[in-house]
Design a protein around this ligand. Structure first.
Ligand code: FES
Length: 165
């Protein structure tokens, strides 16, 4: 809520949707995505229809409407990686995780993204896991790579489990 109040205060007296983009950027920076509850609060605070907010959120591919996975797997689909079996690697990861690009696994552990050129084309095809880059990745390398990045336990879920036991 702090982001919304700060932006609303800065833009008070301006057009109703003035500051909308700034607030959405702030919310995404705070949560990693724009939660529906926050979008609704923003709608009330700026007097901007919720439909207008979702119009903006869905227009810009930068904004996320779902909570991202805790470990991000980015498959490069730039020209070089595409020509070096990048799509085969992507398919293998989709099968392994059971999700499509832009989605997170049901447990929130992994996020799968497709990106354009990571700047290391001579290492195609490239997979980036968080900020670690893997070169010349083949589908058979995936189990070894995934072992290096085991699912991160969600502390809140873990705490809940202890508190209810
Ligand atoms: S095209 Fe994949 S790193 Fe450049």
């Amino acid at each position: 809520m702090k982001v919304i109040d700060t932006v609303a205060g800065r833009h008070s007296g301006s057009r109703a949707d003035s500051g909308l983009l700034e607030a959405l950027h702030g919310l995404q920076a705070e949560h990693g995505y724009v939660p529906r509850q926050e979008a609704m609060a923003l709608s009330r605070r700026l007097s901007v229809p919720l439909a207008r907010i979702f119009e903006v959120l869905t227009f810009y591919s930068y904004f996320r409407l779902e909570e991202p996975g805790r470990i991000t797997l980015s498959v490069c689909d730039g020209t070089s990686c595409h020509l070096q079996e990048g799509p085969v690697l992507l398919n293998a990861l989709q099968e392994l995780l059971g999700i499509k690009p832009g989605e997170a696994t049901a447990d929130g552990a992994y996020q799968l993204n497709v990106v354009r050129c990571l700047g290391c084309c001579s290492c195609s095809p490239v997979l980036m896991v968080d900020d670690k880059v893997y070169s010349h990745v083949e589908p058979t390398d995936l189990p070894r790579i995934m072992k290096k990045h085991p699912p991160i336990v969600n502390k809140e879920s873990n705490d809940d489990a202890h508190s209810t036991a």
